[in-house]
Design a protein around this ligand. Structure first.
Ligand SMILES: CC(C)(COP(=O)(O)OP(=O)(O)OC[C@H]1O[C@@H](n2cnc3c(N)ncnc32)[C@H](O)[C@@H]1OP(=O)(O)O)[C@@H](O)C(=O)NCCC(=O)NCCS
Length: 193
């Protein structure tokens, strides 16, 4: 089966953020974001030719899903993607996210990008489960994902190699019946962030 085109998707609009499909023009920004030390610590080093490689090849995750630029007040601040995480299970999707601009971290924007995508996946696509897999030591990521509504399923020990080291993975998920309560905690945007 052909892999999905990571650019072939409609934009997803949230209250404050817009998730728009990646374009070749985003390659330079993606290469810069993926070279940021905090992003490298989570995703490993990008390929040397990332800036010359259009669209999905310039992302951390490759052409396995749909990749979006996170825009806050028209400014691109990072990337988010979703992909079907189990063959033959179209009701389940995984998410990867990074806020590439350092000054945009710790302002609630990562949590809001996740909520915006979760709303789309549960309410428009009718998915049953969405997963995400930070390292347990990445406390900021775990906290942001919990705020968005994810719960810990379990720890997968030495599950990945990241930048030449072994990494444990905190496998987290949110189910469709849990989304309404998670959404209810999504405070109305006040525009002050
Ligand atoms: C992880 C990431 C997506 C989170 O997005 P964000 O916009 O920075 O996060 P938010 O501001 O929405 O939420 C962060 C929460 O973690 C908390 N936090 C920050 N640093 C923390 C730490 N060291 N320990 C515990 N909590 C921490 C913040 O206080 C905030 O919680 P609060 O709202 O209850 O105060 C973003 O920081 C990022 O991309 N980091 C670099 C790459 C990365 O780690 N990607 C994730 C790979 S799985």
């Amino acid at each position: 089966m052909p892999l999905p085109d990571p650019t072939d998707h409609e934009p997803i609009q949230g209250p404050r953020l817009r998730l728009r499909p990646i374009t070749p023009d985003d390659s330079v920004a993606f290469a810069r974001w993926l070279s940021d030390p905090e992003v490298v610590a989570s995703f490993g080093r990008p390929p040397d030719d990332a800036a010359e490689t259009p669209t999905a090849e310039a992302t951390a995750v490759g052409p396995t899903g749909w990749t979006f630029v996170i825009e806050y007040r028209c400014r691109p601040i990072g990337g988010i993607e979703y992909f079907h995480d189990r063959p033959g299970a179209p009701w389940s999707a995984g998410i990867d996210i990074f806020i590439g601009e350092p000054d945009a971290r710790d302002r609630g924007l990562g949590t809001e990008a996740l909520r915006t995508l979760l709303q789309y996946l549960f309410e428009s696509k009718g998915l049953k489960r969405v997963t995400i897999d930070p390292e347990p030591s990445n406390r900021r990521a775990v906290r942001a994902y919990e705020k968005a509504g994810f719960r810990l399923d379990g720890i997968l020990r030495r599950h990945m190699r990241i930048d030449g080291r072994w990494a444990d993975i905190a496998f987290m998920s949110i189910l469709d019946e849990e989304w309404p309560a998670a959404k209810a905690r999504w405070e109305p945007p006040d525009g002050s962030a």
